[in-house]
Design a binder for this molecule. Structure first.
Ligand code: 13P
Ligand code: SF4
Length: 301
């Protein structure tokens, strides 16, 4: 506890000293999420917030692609990722060359790229999406067929929701792909009456067992709106930890999987980032210009 207090005090002081803000994803641990973050949310909320940040320095308490998105929207600001190795199995699951090959094989079909991707992959795309706006983004294109990358399960889940045909790529979130329908059925047996909400990065067979699906921000919105007695959030572990602070009346049933990438960010690494101004995110200008266009197009939908 004393260790946390020292780090928290130092981080609050360093933020002031450097005119810095901390943007924290919903999968960050409670001491980061509740004690030092200035802006909290899902990938979409963090991208939107990054558009309006007034500070000189942005620290991303999240993974590398989130820091890249913040840098795309703030090329003149210093964007720090406290641990540059905080990656993502989706972002690492596809390369720029893979996208070029998909485009060549499917000429004229628009490319919708999940924000969980590198800037180089975004730069080859027509538009980006997050799990919170994927349906809206795909429908906004007004076409019967899209290339939706890199998350195969998100694409299949959105295909089922919209009827729009998806050309997919076999990359998965290493956290959400581990959930199984059997596991959900077992939790329902042990906790009768529980509401089950699954993240759309889960396999379609898991979504079929859930009462509803949504991004991490949509999970909070659901609880705020419906006040369920018991809820099972089929997602990363910190989600329920953070929400149980906000909603003490709700019982959180916790089958969860940890994201080792998200967990690379700690109070200690955030403190070190602010002390050393490392690691700064940089994106080559030609890649940045095209990637920014795809992200801005998404934000305009
Ligand atoms: P959202 O917060 O946008 O739902 O994304 C979940 C996720 O896995 C981010 O890495
Ligand atoms: Fe990537 Fe999944 Fe971790 Fe999110 S939870 S950063 S999608 S590996």
């Amino acid at each position: 506890e004393q260790l946390y207090a020292d780090d928290i005090e130092a981080i609050l002081r360093l933020k002031q000293q450097h005119n810095a803000v901390i943007l924290a994803h919903n999968y960050q641990t409670p001491e980061i999420f509740h004690c030092v973050a200035d802006i909290r949310g899902d990938s979409l909320a963090l991208a939107r917030a990054a558009q309006d940040v007034e500070a000189d320095v942005i620290v991303i308490a999240g993974v590398h692609f989130m820091a890249e998105t913040a840098k795309l929207l703030n090329p003149e600001k210093t964007v720090l990722i406290p641990d540059a190795a905080a990656g993502c199995s989706l972002a690492e699951g596809i390369t720029e060359a893979d996208v070029l090959a998909l485009k060549q094989a499917n000429p004229g079909v628009p490319v919708v790229t999940y924000v969980n991707s590198s800037a180089a992959v975004k730069a080859q795309s027509d538009i980006c999406c997050t799990s919170g706006n994927a349906k809206r983004v795909v429908e906004s294109l007004g076409v019967p067929r899209v290339i939706m990358i890199p998350d195969e399960f998100l694409a299949r889940n959105i295909e089922a929701e919209t009827g729009i045909e998806m050309i997919t790529w076999p990359a998965h979130c290493e956290v959400h792909e581990r959930f199984t329908p059997q596991e959900i059925r077992q939790y329902r047996r042990v906790h009768p009456g529980v509401t089950v909400m699954a993240h759309p990065e889960c396999p379609p067979a898991v979504l079929a067992e859930a009462d509803c699906a949504g991004s991490t921000a949509q999970m909070s919105e659901y609880i705020r709106a419906h006040n369920p007695e018991k809820i099972l959030l089929v997602t990363e572990c910190s989600m329920s930890d953070n929400l149980s602070v906000e909603f003490p009346e709700t019982e959180f049933v916790r089958p969860c999987n940890l994201c080792a990438h998200m967990k690379r960010i700690t109070l200690a690494t955030i403190r070190r980032a602010l002390e050393t101004m490392q690691t700064q995110v940089s994106i080559p200008p030609d890649i940045a210009a095209n990637a920014r266009r795809a992200v801005e197009r998404m934000l305009a939908v």
